[in-house]
Write a protein that binds this ligand. Structure first.
Ligand code: KG4
Ligand code: ZN
Length: 360
């Protein structure tokens, strides 16, 4: 196998069809050669959220072209890659099957190894691609489907320190947007409205605030917001902005407090983290970034947040996770089944097969 390693990554777990070529050099640093992302936002906008069947069909229609574009942008041919990686879960099963099956077909035809990547692991390892962050680090993973604080101790070595008991933060942003008629996706819309709102006009709870464990709970906040909105309905533009500001302010306070607990738990169990790393679409939010930055400083560590286009779903993170696994000889065979549910802690202790046995 050539050094540097070149991996094709495919992402189809939700509403982005994405492919990317990433290079991993001998010393472990990464370089993105191409990164093509096609968002299906328009296809789902009318429904106020992602419709799984529409998503799967849209992935089928464009994935071939997206992969061809990723190769062309990188100036490489399929024969130049060392492995093909696809997100094999967790996610919407129809979409996952499209990406994983395509990767298997490419693996079979080119006889290059297949790597079935956990989508959350890809988010978790992105900071190593962008900033070369060494293990162990404390990860705040906040997306549409997940809100977790984890100790990342190595590739395939994740310890859950905190989790949401109900909604994910991204989901809470999306539901708030829907309630206030701001459309989908909700996160950016709520952030925009919050910027011109008064966060003090409405009082909202801070669920789990002050608790020793590092768990989150968002559903009470969502209900409290709905009750406040009903009190002042019909809503004018200023009401909407003030409600968004109150919601975002409450989320920021909760994150600040929960990360404090998470960092403390990390230190108690694993010593000092090399960094506090943020990942997932919610890390695109500027107020949340500022809060994390302050929290990291107070906790005596640094904050690392990948650029926004690598925080939201993309193919480069899948290719990079594949490259990290390839470098360790962690390959998968063509029998690997897509997993709609696949918690990051379960990625531990995967079976190791040689590239020969993958094609036996
Ligand atoms: O990681 P991601 O792209 O996809 C998943 O794997 O879920 O995250 C998408 C989530 C959505 O819930 C979206 O509303 C949220 O991230 N998000 C934001 C912002 N941008 C995206 N939440 C808050 N503020 C933002 N600026
Ligand atoms: Zn994601």
């Amino acid at each position: 196998m050539s050094i540097p390693l070149t991996v094709l990554g495919i992402e189809t777990t939700c509403d982005e069809t994405a492919a990317s070529l990433v290079e991993r050099r001998a010393e472990g640093r990464g370089k993105i050669l191409s990164n093509v992302v096609l968002s299906q936002t328009n296809e789902h906008a009318a429904f106020g959220g992602v419709v799984p069947e529409i998503a799967a069909r849209a992935h089928v229609e464009v994935l071939d072209q997206i992969i061809a574009r990723a190769l062309a942008d990188a100036g490489r041919r399929m024969s130049d890659i060392d492995a093909v990686a696809a997100a094999a879960g967790p996610g919407l099963i129809g979409g996952v099957l499209v990406g994983l099956t395509t990767a298997k077909a490419i693996s079979l035809v080119t006889r290059k190894p297949l790597i079935a990547v956990n989508h959350l692991e890809a988010h978790a390892l992105t900071a190593r691609l962008t900033d070369g962050v060494p293990f162990p680090y404390c990860l705040f993973l906040a997306s549409g489907g997940h809100t977790q604080i984890l100790a990342v101790r190595g590739v395939g070595d994740y310890v859950l320190l905190g989790n949401t008991l109900d909604d994910a933060i991204g989901e809470a942003f999306d539901k708030t947007a829907k309630l206030l008629g701001l459309g989908y996706p909700g996160g950016p819309a709520v952030e925009r409205e919050a910027a011109r709102g008064n966060a003090k006009r409405f009082e909202l709870p801070r669920p789990m605030y002050g608790r020793a464990e590092a768990d989150f709970s968002l559903s009470g906040l969502k209900t409290a917001l709905r009750l406040e909105a009903e009190k002042v309905a019909p809503l004018n533009d200023q009401d909407v902005a003030d409600l968004c500001a109150a919601f975002q302010g409450a989320v920021v306070d909760v994150i600040k407090d929960r990360i404090r607990s998470g960092l403390r738990l990390f230190r108690e169990q694993f010593g000092s983290p090399t960094a506090l790393v943020a990942a997932g679409g919610v890390a695109a939010n500027l107020e949340i970034r500022k809060t994390l930055h302050r929290r990291a400083l107070e906790g005596g560590t640094v904050l690392v947040v990948p650029p926004v286009n690598l925080c939201t779903d993309n193919g480069a993170m899948i290719a990079w996770a594949g490259a990290e696994r390839l470098a360790l000889g962690l390959l998968d065979d063509l029998e690997f089944a897509a997993r709609p549910r696949w918690p990051l802690e379960e990625v531990v202790g995967r079976k190791k097969v040689s590239s020969e046995s993958a094609f036996a």
